[in-house]
Write a new protein. Structure first.
Length: 150
């Protein structure tokens, strides 16, 4: 009986300490609000973003489809490198999704993102979408495209 009481007290103490430890953890941070919409990306800006992304794709020895869209998801510029797979529309879809939702296409898994919002002066002006490589490669090429407008 004594052992049973001792085990019960230890179990209760463990539960209590666990609940105290959980109560002391800070609340998770709320996600940042999406950036407000700005004027749509210009053709010149879109070409610079695509050129920067293309340079990165070539460094990685990839043949990518690169799409730049306005905040509403309409295509401003599309580049299909020689040898790109016939799934180029996926780049447009990734870009349109990133623009419309004002966040990366796979926000919880940033190394597999193929669509990123383009933010200039704190405002969303469009998005870039990449298709043709692995998830991490698409993410790297998309991020390289954003460097052109920073």
């Amino acid at each position: 009986m004594h052992r049973l009481s001792l085990k019960a007290m230890v179990a209760c103490a463990a539960l209590f300490l666990n609940s105290v430890a959980q109560a002391q953890q800070p609340a998770p941070l709320a996600p940042l609000p999406p950036p407000p919409y700005g004027d749509p990306i210009t053709l010149e800006q879109a070409k610079k973003v695509a050129a920067s992304a293309e340079t990165e794709a070539r460094k990685l020895n990839l043949s990518d489809a690169i799409a730049i869209v306005e905040p509403d998801g309409k295509v401003v510029f599309f580049l299909k490198m020689d040898g790109t797979q016939y799934a180029g529309n996926m780049a447009i879809d990734k870009a349109a999704t990133a623009a419309r939702f004002r966040r990366a296409t796979t926000a919880s898994d940033a190394d597999k993102v193929g669509g990123l919002p383009i933010v200039i002066g704190g405002k969303l002006v469009g998005a870039i979408g990449i298709a043709g490589g692995s998830g991490p490669q698409d993410a790297q090429v998309a991020a390289a495209g954003l460097v052109a407008v920073k």
